[in-house]
Design a binder for this molecule. Sequence first.
Ligand code: ADP
Length: 466
Amino acid sequence: MSSRSWEAERRFLFLCLFAFGLADLFLLGFLALGFWQGFDVALAMLRSLSGLGPLALGGCALAVTGLLIGTARYRSAFLQFARRTRELEKEKGRCQALLTSLGDGVVATDEKGRIMLMNQEAEILLGWKAEEAHGKSGLSVVRIDDEKGRSLARGRHPLRPGKTARAKTVFSLLPTFYLRRKDSTRFPMVATCASVVSEGQAAGAVLVFRDMTREKEVDRAKTEFVGLASHQLRTPLTAVRWYADMLLAGIPGAVNDKQREYLDLLYQSNQRMVELVDAFLRVSRIDLGTLAFKREQVDVVRSMRAILQECRPVLRLRGLHLKTRFTPSLPVLQTDQKLLEIVFDNLVSNAVKYTPKSGTVTVVLEGKRAGERAADRAVRRASVFLTVSDTGYGIPFHQQNQVFTKLFRADNVIGKETSGTGLGLYTTKAIVDQAGGEIWFRSEEGKGTAFYVLLPLKAERSPKGT
Ligand code: ADP
Protein backbone atom coordinates (compact mmCIF):
# COMPACT_ATOMS: atom_id res chain seq x y z
CA MET A 1 0.00 0.00 0.00
CA SER A 2 1.40 3.42 -0.97
CA SER A 3 1.98 5.95 1.72
CA ARG A 4 -0.53 8.26 -0.04
CA SER A 5 -3.43 5.76 0.04
CA TRP A 6 -2.51 4.78 3.68
CA GLU A 7 -2.70 8.46 4.54
CA ALA A 8 -6.18 8.69 2.86
CA GLU A 9 -7.42 5.62 4.81
CA ARG A 10 -6.16 7.16 8.09
CA ARG A 11 -7.89 10.41 7.31
CA PHE A 12 -11.08 8.52 6.43
CA LEU A 13 -10.97 6.52 9.66
CA PHE A 14 -10.23 9.63 11.64
CA LEU A 15 -13.12 11.43 9.99
CA CYS A 16 -15.48 8.54 10.64
CA LEU A 17 -14.53 8.52 14.34
CA PHE A 18 -14.85 12.25 14.37
CA ALA A 19 -18.29 12.02 12.74
CA PHE A 20 -19.54 9.38 15.25
CA GLY A 21 -18.15 11.41 18.14
CA LEU A 22 -19.94 14.41 16.81
CA ALA A 23 -23.10 12.33 16.42
CA ASP A 24 -23.30 11.90 20.21
CA LEU A 25 -22.69 15.57 20.75
CA PHE A 26 -25.30 16.45 18.14
CA LEU A 27 -27.76 14.14 19.72
CA LEU A 28 -27.65 16.10 22.94
CA GLY A 29 -27.39 19.41 21.10
CA PHE A 30 -30.32 18.62 18.83
CA LEU A 31 -32.49 17.57 21.71
CA ALA A 32 -31.83 20.89 23.34
CA LEU A 33 -31.94 23.16 20.31
CA GLY A 34 -34.70 21.44 18.37
CA PHE A 35 -34.75 19.76 15.05
CA TRP A 36 -34.36 22.73 12.71
CA GLN A 37 -31.34 24.19 14.37
CA GLY A 38 -29.79 20.71 14.41
CA PHE A 39 -30.50 20.34 10.73
CA ASP A 40 -28.73 23.67 9.92
CA VAL A 41 -25.67 22.63 11.88
CA ALA A 42 -25.57 19.31 10.03
CA LEU A 43 -25.74 21.07 6.65
CA ALA A 44 -22.92 23.43 7.61
CA MET A 45 -20.81 20.48 8.62
CA LEU A 46 -21.46 18.76 5.29
CA ARG A 47 -20.41 21.91 3.47
CA SER A 48 -17.17 22.16 5.41
CA LEU A 49 -16.39 18.56 4.61
CA SER A 50 -17.08 18.98 0.85
CA GLY A 51 -13.35 19.40 0.21
CA LEU A 52 -12.66 15.82 1.23
CA GLY A 53 -12.58 12.83 -1.01
CA PRO A 54 -15.94 11.41 -2.31
CA LEU A 55 -15.59 8.27 -0.12
CA ALA A 56 -15.07 10.29 3.08
CA LEU A 57 -17.86 12.63 2.09
CA GLY A 58 -20.22 9.69 1.41
CA GLY A 59 -19.34 8.17 4.83
CA CYS A 60 -19.99 11.47 6.55
CA ALA A 61 -23.28 11.97 4.66
CA LEU A 62 -24.34 8.47 5.70
CA ALA A 63 -23.44 9.15 9.34
CA VAL A 64 -25.19 12.51 9.34
CA THR A 65 -28.32 11.05 7.66
CA GLY A 66 -28.43 8.32 10.29
CA LEU A 67 -27.94 10.97 12.89
CA LEU A 68 -30.75 13.08 11.45
CA ILE A 69 -33.16 10.13 11.30
CA GLY A 70 -32.24 9.21 14.90
CA THR A 71 -32.61 12.78 15.99
CA ALA A 72 -35.98 13.11 14.26
CA ARG A 73 -37.15 9.99 16.11
CA TYR A 74 -35.85 11.36 19.41
CA ARG A 75 -37.46 14.65 18.63
CA SER A 76 -40.90 13.11 17.99
CA ALA A 77 -40.54 10.96 21.15
CA PHE A 78 -39.47 14.07 23.02
CA LEU A 79 -42.43 16.05 21.70
CA GLN A 80 -44.79 13.21 22.61
CA PHE A 81 -43.26 13.07 26.09
CA ALA A 82 -43.64 16.84 26.48
CA ARG A 83 -47.28 16.64 25.33
CA ARG A 84 -48.06 13.80 27.80
CA THR A 85 -46.34 15.76 30.58
CA ARG A 86 -48.48 18.81 29.78
CA GLU A 87 -51.60 16.60 29.75
CA LEU A 88 -50.65 15.04 33.07
CA GLU A 89 -49.98 18.47 34.56
CA LYS A 90 -53.42 19.58 33.38
CA GLU A 91 -55.01 16.42 34.78
CA LYS A 92 -53.19 16.93 38.09
CA GLY A 93 -54.45 20.53 38.21
CA ARG A 94 -58.01 19.36 37.55
CA CYS A 95 -57.76 16.68 40.30
CA GLN A 96 -56.33 19.25 42.72
CA ALA A 97 -59.13 21.72 41.91
CA LEU A 98 -61.64 18.91 42.42
CA LEU A 99 -60.14 17.94 45.77
CA THR A 100 -59.97 21.56 46.88
CA SER A 101 -63.59 22.28 46.00
CA LEU A 102 -64.84 19.13 47.79
CA GLY A 103 -67.03 20.01 50.76
CA ASP A 104 -65.64 17.02 52.67
CA GLY A 105 -62.23 16.68 54.25
CA VAL A 106 -59.93 14.21 52.45
CA VAL A 107 -56.74 12.74 53.90
CA ALA A 108 -54.70 10.09 52.11
CA THR A 109 -51.88 8.07 53.59
CA ASP A 110 -49.22 5.86 52.05
CA GLU A 111 -48.54 2.21 52.86
CA LYS A 112 -46.61 3.25 56.00
CA GLY A 113 -49.55 5.30 57.24
CA ARG A 114 -47.85 8.66 56.54
CA ILE A 115 -49.89 11.59 55.30
CA MET A 116 -49.28 12.22 51.61
CA LEU A 117 -52.32 14.30 50.72
CA MET A 118 -54.70 16.59 52.52
CA ASN A 119 -57.31 18.81 50.84
CA GLN A 120 -58.28 22.33 51.83
CA GLU A 121 -61.40 21.29 53.78
CA ALA A 122 -59.30 18.80 55.80
CA GLU A 123 -56.85 21.62 56.58
CA ILE A 124 -59.73 23.79 57.84
CA LEU A 125 -61.36 20.99 59.86
CA LEU A 126 -58.19 19.59 61.40
CA GLY A 127 -56.32 22.84 61.84
CA TRP A 128 -53.21 21.42 60.15
CA LYS A 129 -51.53 22.85 57.04
CA ALA A 130 -51.03 20.22 54.35
CA GLU A 131 -47.28 20.99 54.17
CA GLU A 132 -46.71 20.54 57.91
CA ALA A 133 -48.81 17.35 58.03
CA HIS A 134 -47.11 15.84 54.97
CA GLY A 135 -44.99 12.83 55.93
CA LYS A 136 -46.34 12.71 59.51
CA SER A 137 -48.11 9.64 60.83
CA GLY A 138 -51.83 9.62 59.98
CA LEU A 139 -52.56 8.56 63.56
CA SER A 140 -50.94 11.66 65.01
CA VAL A 141 -52.69 14.10 62.66
CA VAL A 142 -56.13 12.47 62.39
CA ARG A 143 -56.92 11.87 66.08
CA ILE A 144 -60.25 10.13 66.61
CA ASP A 145 -62.19 9.84 69.88
CA ASP A 146 -64.95 7.32 70.41
CA GLU A 147 -68.43 8.14 71.69
CA LYS A 148 -67.13 8.20 75.27
CA GLY A 149 -64.40 10.66 74.47
CA ARG A 150 -61.58 8.10 74.71
CA SER A 151 -59.04 8.22 71.95
CA LEU A 152 -59.61 5.41 69.48
CA ALA A 153 -57.37 2.41 70.03
CA ARG A 154 -54.59 2.10 67.43
CA GLY A 155 -56.00 -1.23 66.25
CA ARG A 156 -59.35 0.43 65.45
CA HIS A 157 -57.95 3.51 63.75
CA PRO A 158 -58.90 3.51 60.07
CA LEU A 159 -55.53 5.01 59.03
CA ARG A 160 -53.35 2.56 60.96
CA PRO A 161 -50.43 1.39 58.82
CA GLY A 162 -49.74 -2.20 57.87
CA LYS A 163 -53.31 -3.22 57.15
CA THR A 164 -53.00 -6.38 55.09
CA ALA A 165 -55.65 -5.45 52.59
CA ARG A 166 -55.98 -7.98 49.86
CA ALA A 167 -59.03 -6.28 48.49
CA LYS A 168 -60.45 -2.78 48.66
CA THR A 169 -62.28 -2.29 51.96
CA VAL A 170 -64.57 0.53 52.96
CA PHE A 171 -65.01 1.39 56.59
CA SER A 172 -67.61 3.76 58.01
CA LEU A 173 -67.55 5.63 61.26
CA LEU A 174 -70.85 6.65 62.74
CA PRO A 175 -71.47 10.26 63.83
CA THR A 176 -70.82 9.14 67.40
CA PHE A 177 -67.08 9.57 66.77
CA TYR A 178 -65.17 12.80 67.20
CA LEU A 179 -62.15 14.28 65.46
CA ARG A 180 -59.57 16.18 67.44
CA ARG A 181 -58.22 19.33 65.88
CA LYS A 182 -54.57 20.31 66.17
CA ASP A 183 -55.46 22.54 69.13
CA SER A 184 -57.18 19.51 70.81
CA THR A 185 -60.72 20.88 70.51
CA ARG A 186 -63.02 18.36 68.89
CA PHE A 187 -66.10 18.00 66.71
CA PRO A 188 -68.49 15.15 65.87
CA MET A 189 -67.81 13.66 62.48
CA VAL A 190 -68.93 11.04 60.04
CA ALA A 191 -66.29 9.37 57.90
CA THR A 192 -65.63 6.72 55.32
CA CYS A 193 -62.23 5.15 54.93
CA ALA A 194 -61.20 3.07 51.92
CA SER A 195 -57.94 1.17 51.83
CA VAL A 196 -56.01 1.67 48.62
CA VAL A 197 -54.81 -1.58 47.08
CA SER A 198 -52.18 -1.68 44.39
CA GLU A 199 -51.07 -4.98 42.83
CA GLY A 200 -52.63 -6.92 45.68
CA GLN A 201 -50.73 -4.94 48.32
CA ALA A 202 -52.05 -2.35 50.75
CA ALA A 203 -50.81 0.95 49.34
CA GLY A 204 -52.42 3.28 51.88
CA ALA A 205 -55.84 4.59 52.78
CA VAL A 206 -58.16 7.48 51.95
CA LEU A 207 -60.29 8.98 54.70
CA VAL A 208 -63.24 11.20 53.72
CA PHE A 209 -64.88 12.97 56.65
CA ARG A 210 -67.42 15.64 57.46
CA ASP A 211 -68.19 17.87 60.43
CA MET A 212 -71.53 16.82 61.94
CA THR A 213 -71.81 19.57 64.58
CA ARG A 214 -74.80 21.23 62.95
CA GLU A 215 -76.65 17.95 62.32
CA LYS A 216 -75.98 16.89 65.93
CA GLU A 217 -77.39 20.16 67.23
CA VAL A 218 -80.54 19.79 65.12
CA ASP A 219 -80.85 16.17 66.25
CA ARG A 220 -80.46 17.17 69.87
CA ALA A 221 -83.07 19.91 69.53
CA LYS A 222 -85.51 17.37 68.04
CA THR A 223 -84.80 14.87 70.80
CA GLU A 224 -85.30 17.55 73.44
CA PHE A 225 -88.60 18.49 71.83
CA VAL A 226 -89.79 14.84 71.83
CA GLY A 227 -88.73 14.53 75.48
CA LEU A 228 -90.55 17.70 76.45
CA ALA A 229 -93.69 16.82 74.48
CA SER A 230 -93.78 13.31 75.99
CA HIS A 231 -93.34 14.73 79.44
CA GLN A 232 -96.20 17.19 78.91
CA LEU A 233 -98.46 14.47 77.50
CA ARG A 234 -98.02 12.28 80.56
CA THR A 235 -99.94 14.59 82.92
CA PRO A 236 -103.30 14.59 81.04
CA LEU A 237 -102.96 10.87 80.28
CA THR A 238 -102.45 10.09 83.94
CA ALA A 239 -105.57 12.12 84.75
CA VAL A 240 -107.59 10.15 82.16
CA ARG A 241 -106.42 6.91 83.78
CA TRP A 242 -107.42 8.04 87.29
CA TYR A 243 -110.90 9.09 86.21
CA ALA A 244 -111.42 5.91 84.15
CA ASP A 245 -110.26 3.95 87.20
CA MET A 246 -112.74 5.78 89.47
CA LEU A 247 -115.62 5.27 87.02
CA LEU A 248 -114.80 1.55 86.72
CA ALA A 249 -114.69 1.26 90.51
CA GLY A 250 -118.18 2.78 90.61
CA ILE A 251 -117.10 5.63 92.92
CA PRO A 252 -119.33 8.30 91.33
CA GLY A 253 -122.16 5.79 90.88
CA ALA A 254 -122.90 2.34 89.40
CA VAL A 255 -122.18 1.78 85.69
CA ASN A 256 -124.12 -0.61 83.49
CA ASP A 257 -122.47 -3.39 81.41
CA LYS A 258 -122.28 -1.41 78.18
CA GLN A 259 -120.75 1.59 80.03
CA ARG A 260 -118.23 -0.78 81.70
CA GLU A 261 -117.27 -2.25 78.31
CA TYR A 262 -116.64 1.22 76.87
CA LEU A 263 -114.79 2.32 79.98
CA ASP A 264 -112.56 -0.76 79.73
CA LEU A 265 -111.70 0.10 76.11
CA LEU A 266 -111.04 3.68 77.16
CA TYR A 267 -108.79 2.51 79.98
CA GLN A 268 -106.80 0.11 77.75
CA SER A 269 -106.32 2.66 74.96
CA ASN A 270 -105.17 5.21 77.50
CA GLN A 271 -102.79 2.63 78.96
CA ARG A 272 -101.28 1.98 75.51
CA MET A 273 -100.86 5.71 75.04
CA VAL A 274 -99.10 5.99 78.42
CA GLU A 275 -96.71 3.18 77.43
CA LEU A 276 -96.00 4.83 74.08
CA VAL A 277 -95.31 8.19 75.69
CA ASP A 278 -93.05 6.47 78.24
CA ALA A 279 -91.18 4.76 75.40
CA PHE A 280 -90.64 8.13 73.64
CA LEU A 281 -89.50 9.69 76.87
CA ARG A 282 -87.01 6.87 77.50
CA VAL A 283 -85.63 7.08 73.97
CA SER A 284 -85.17 10.83 74.24
CA ARG A 285 -83.33 10.34 77.55
CA ILE A 286 -81.14 7.65 76.00
CA ASP A 287 -80.31 9.95 73.08
CA LEU A 288 -79.59 12.89 75.35
CA GLY A 289 -77.53 10.67 77.65
CA THR A 290 -79.75 11.50 80.61
CA LEU A 291 -81.32 8.10 81.28
CA ALA A 292 -81.08 7.59 85.02
CA PHE A 293 -79.57 4.22 85.88
CA LYS A 294 -79.78 3.05 89.48
CA ARG A 295 -77.68 0.34 91.08
CA GLU A 296 -79.76 -1.94 93.24
CA GLN A 297 -79.85 -5.61 94.16
CA VAL A 298 -82.07 -7.35 91.62
CA ASP A 299 -83.38 -10.89 91.77
CA VAL A 300 -83.53 -11.61 88.04
CA VAL A 301 -85.66 -14.74 88.31
CA ARG A 302 -88.29 -12.91 90.32
CA SER A 303 -88.36 -10.05 87.82
CA MET A 304 -88.66 -12.47 84.91
CA ARG A 305 -91.46 -14.41 86.59
CA ALA A 306 -93.40 -11.16 87.08
CA ILE A 307 -93.06 -10.32 83.38
CA LEU A 308 -94.11 -13.80 82.30
CA GLN A 309 -97.10 -13.63 84.60
CA GLU A 310 -98.25 -10.47 82.81
CA CYS A 311 -97.81 -12.22 79.45
CA ARG A 312 -99.87 -15.29 80.34
CA PRO A 313 -103.24 -13.95 79.04
CA VAL A 314 -101.66 -13.04 75.67
CA LEU A 315 -99.87 -16.40 75.48
CA ARG A 316 -103.20 -18.15 76.07
CA LEU A 317 -104.99 -15.93 73.57
CA ARG A 318 -102.42 -16.72 70.89
CA GLY A 319 -102.26 -20.44 71.72
CA LEU A 320 -98.51 -20.36 72.40
CA HIS A 321 -96.49 -22.74 74.54
CA LEU A 322 -94.13 -21.30 77.11
CA LYS A 323 -91.04 -23.19 78.27
CA THR A 324 -88.83 -21.84 81.03
CA ARG A 325 -85.58 -22.98 82.61
CA PHE A 326 -84.13 -20.95 85.46
CA THR A 327 -80.94 -22.11 87.14
CA PRO A 328 -81.68 -22.31 90.89
CA SER A 329 -80.10 -19.74 93.20
CA LEU A 330 -78.80 -17.38 90.55
CA PRO A 331 -76.73 -14.57 92.04
CA VAL A 332 -78.39 -11.19 92.43
CA LEU A 333 -77.50 -8.50 89.91
CA GLN A 334 -76.43 -4.98 90.75
CA THR A 335 -78.51 -3.10 88.25
CA ASP A 336 -81.60 -0.95 87.71
CA GLN A 337 -84.63 -3.17 88.33
CA LYS A 338 -87.15 -1.09 86.36
CA LEU A 339 -84.90 -0.84 83.33
CA LEU A 340 -84.02 -4.53 83.52
CA GLU A 341 -87.72 -5.37 83.52
CA ILE A 342 -88.13 -3.22 80.40
CA VAL A 343 -85.44 -5.39 78.73
CA PHE A 344 -87.20 -8.60 79.81
CA ASP A 345 -90.60 -7.26 78.76
CA ASN A 346 -89.41 -6.14 75.30
CA LEU A 347 -87.75 -9.47 74.52
CA VAL A 348 -90.56 -11.67 75.82
CA SER A 349 -93.37 -9.58 74.30
CA ASN A 350 -91.56 -9.58 70.93
CA ALA A 351 -91.20 -13.37 71.05
CA VAL A 352 -94.93 -13.63 71.81
CA LYS A 353 -95.94 -11.00 69.25
CA TYR A 354 -93.89 -12.43 66.38
CA THR A 355 -94.72 -16.12 66.84
CA PRO A 356 -97.80 -17.50 65.09
CA LYS A 357 -100.39 -19.75 66.77
CA SER A 358 -99.18 -23.01 68.38
CA GLY A 359 -95.58 -21.83 68.39
CA THR A 360 -93.22 -22.04 71.36
CA VAL A 361 -91.50 -19.35 73.37
CA THR A 362 -88.56 -20.45 75.54
CA VAL A 363 -87.00 -18.38 78.31
CA VAL A 364 -83.76 -19.51 79.96
CA LEU A 365 -81.84 -17.80 82.76
CA GLU A 366 -78.50 -19.27 83.80
CA GLY A 367 -75.29 -18.23 85.48
CA LYS A 368 -72.01 -18.05 83.54
CA ARG A 369 -68.47 -17.83 84.87
CA ALA A 370 -65.66 -15.98 83.14
CA GLY A 371 -64.15 -18.17 80.42
CA GLU A 372 -67.33 -20.21 79.86
CA ARG A 373 -69.30 -19.98 76.63
CA ALA A 374 -72.69 -18.32 76.22
CA ALA A 375 -74.25 -19.44 72.92
CA ASP A 376 -71.41 -18.71 70.48
CA ARG A 377 -69.56 -16.16 72.63
CA ALA A 378 -66.90 -16.33 75.31
CA VAL A 379 -67.93 -14.89 78.67
CA ARG A 380 -65.46 -12.30 79.97
CA ARG A 381 -66.94 -11.69 83.43
CA ALA A 382 -69.22 -13.63 85.75
CA SER A 383 -72.70 -12.93 84.36
CA VAL A 384 -76.32 -13.90 84.21
CA PHE A 385 -77.15 -15.22 80.75
CA LEU A 386 -80.66 -14.78 79.36
CA THR A 387 -81.98 -16.52 76.23
CA VAL A 388 -85.41 -15.70 74.82
CA SER A 389 -86.13 -17.86 71.78
CA ASP A 390 -89.18 -18.51 69.67
CA THR A 391 -90.36 -20.52 66.70
CA GLY A 392 -91.82 -17.45 64.99
CA TYR A 393 -91.50 -15.43 61.81
CA GLY A 394 -87.80 -14.72 62.18
CA ILE A 395 -86.01 -11.61 60.88
CA PRO A 396 -85.09 -11.41 57.17
CA PHE A 397 -81.35 -11.84 56.74
CA HIS A 398 -80.95 -8.64 54.67
CA GLN A 399 -82.45 -6.54 57.49
CA GLN A 400 -80.65 -8.12 60.43
CA ASN A 401 -78.04 -5.35 60.57
CA GLN A 402 -80.81 -2.83 61.39
CA VAL A 403 -82.34 -4.72 64.31
CA PHE A 404 -81.07 -2.43 67.09
CA THR A 405 -81.65 0.82 65.20
CA LYS A 406 -84.36 3.29 66.08
CA LEU A 407 -87.81 2.79 64.46
CA PHE A 408 -86.79 -0.43 62.69
CA ARG A 409 -89.60 -2.84 61.81
CA ALA A 410 -88.87 -5.78 59.52
CA ASP A 411 -90.79 -6.15 56.25
CA ASN A 412 -92.06 -9.64 57.09
CA VAL A 413 -93.97 -8.56 60.23
CA ILE A 414 -95.39 -5.15 59.30
CA GLY A 415 -98.47 -6.68 57.60
CA LYS A 416 -98.93 -9.40 60.23
CA GLU A 417 -98.47 -7.44 63.44
CA THR A 418 -99.49 -3.80 63.29
CA SER A 419 -98.83 -2.87 66.91
CA GLY A 420 -95.19 -1.91 67.13
CA THR A 421 -93.08 1.20 67.34
CA GLY A 422 -89.63 -0.06 66.46
CA LEU A 423 -88.31 1.46 69.69
CA GLY A 424 -88.21 -1.66 71.89
CA LEU A 425 -84.92 -3.21 70.77
CA TYR A 426 -83.22 0.19 70.46
CA THR A 427 -84.13 0.88 74.08
CA THR A 428 -83.23 -2.68 75.13
CA LYS A 429 -79.75 -2.41 73.65
CA ALA A 430 -79.16 1.00 75.22
CA ILE A 431 -80.13 -0.36 78.66
CA VAL A 432 -78.00 -3.51 78.27
CA ASP A 433 -75.06 -1.32 77.18
CA GLN A 434 -75.52 0.90 80.18
CA ALA A 435 -75.63 -2.15 82.44
CA GLY A 436 -72.24 -3.12 80.96
CA GLY A 437 -73.73 -6.17 79.24
CA GLU A 438 -73.98 -7.57 75.74
CA ILE A 439 -76.96 -8.37 73.54
CA TRP A 440 -77.05 -10.26 70.24
CA PHE A 441 -79.32 -12.60 68.32
CA ARG A 442 -79.64 -15.41 65.78
CA SER A 443 -82.61 -15.53 63.46
CA GLU A 444 -83.80 -17.39 60.42
CA GLU A 445 -86.84 -16.26 58.51
CA GLY A 446 -89.72 -18.69 58.89
CA LYS A 447 -87.93 -20.68 61.61
CA GLY A 448 -87.54 -18.42 64.59
CA THR A 449 -85.35 -16.07 66.56
CA ALA A 450 -83.21 -16.25 69.69
CA PHE A 451 -82.07 -13.15 71.59
CA TYR A 452 -79.12 -13.54 73.98
CA VAL A 453 -78.26 -11.16 76.82
CA LEU A 454 -75.20 -11.32 79.06
CA LEU A 455 -75.54 -9.21 82.20
CA PRO A 456 -72.43 -8.93 84.36
CA LEU A 457 -72.94 -9.41 88.08
CA LYS A 458 -70.97 -6.25 88.73
CA ALA A 459 -71.02 -3.58 86.06
CA GLU A 460 -67.78 -1.72 85.37
CA ARG A 461 -69.45 1.56 84.58
CA SER A 462 -70.61 4.15 87.00
CA PRO A 463 -74.22 5.24 86.86
CA LYS A 464 -74.94 8.36 84.85
CA GLY A 465 -77.95 10.41 83.89
CA THR A 466 -80.53 12.22 85.92
P1 ADP B 1 -91.59 -3.38 67.72
O1 ADP B 1 -92.33 -2.44 68.57
O2 ADP B 1 -91.86 -3.23 66.28
O3 ADP B 1 -91.71 -4.79 68.18
P2 ADP B 1 -88.81 -3.66 68.43
O4 ADP B 1 -87.74 -2.64 68.47
O5 ADP B 1 -89.10 -4.39 69.67
O6 ADP B 1 -90.07 -2.91 67.87
O7 ADP B 1 -88.42 -4.71 67.32
C1 ADP B 1 -87.98 -4.22 66.07
C2 ADP B 1 -88.30 -5.20 64.97
O8 ADP B 1 -87.47 -6.36 65.10
C3 ADP B 1 -89.71 -5.73 64.99
O9 ADP B 1 -90.62 -4.86 64.37
C4 ADP B 1 -89.55 -7.05 64.25
O10 ADP B 1 -89.54 -6.82 62.86
C5 ADP B 1 -88.17 -7.51 64.67
N1 ADP B 1 -88.21 -8.47 65.78
C6 ADP B 1 -87.90 -8.23 67.07
N2 ADP B 1 -88.03 -9.35 67.80
C7 ADP B 1 -88.42 -10.31 66.97
C8 ADP B 1 -88.71 -11.70 67.11
N3 ADP B 1 -88.63 -12.32 68.29
N4 ADP B 1 -89.08 -12.40 66.01
C9 ADP B 1 -89.17 -11.79 64.82
N5 ADP B 1 -88.90 -10.49 64.60
C10 ADP B 1 -88.54 -9.76 65.66
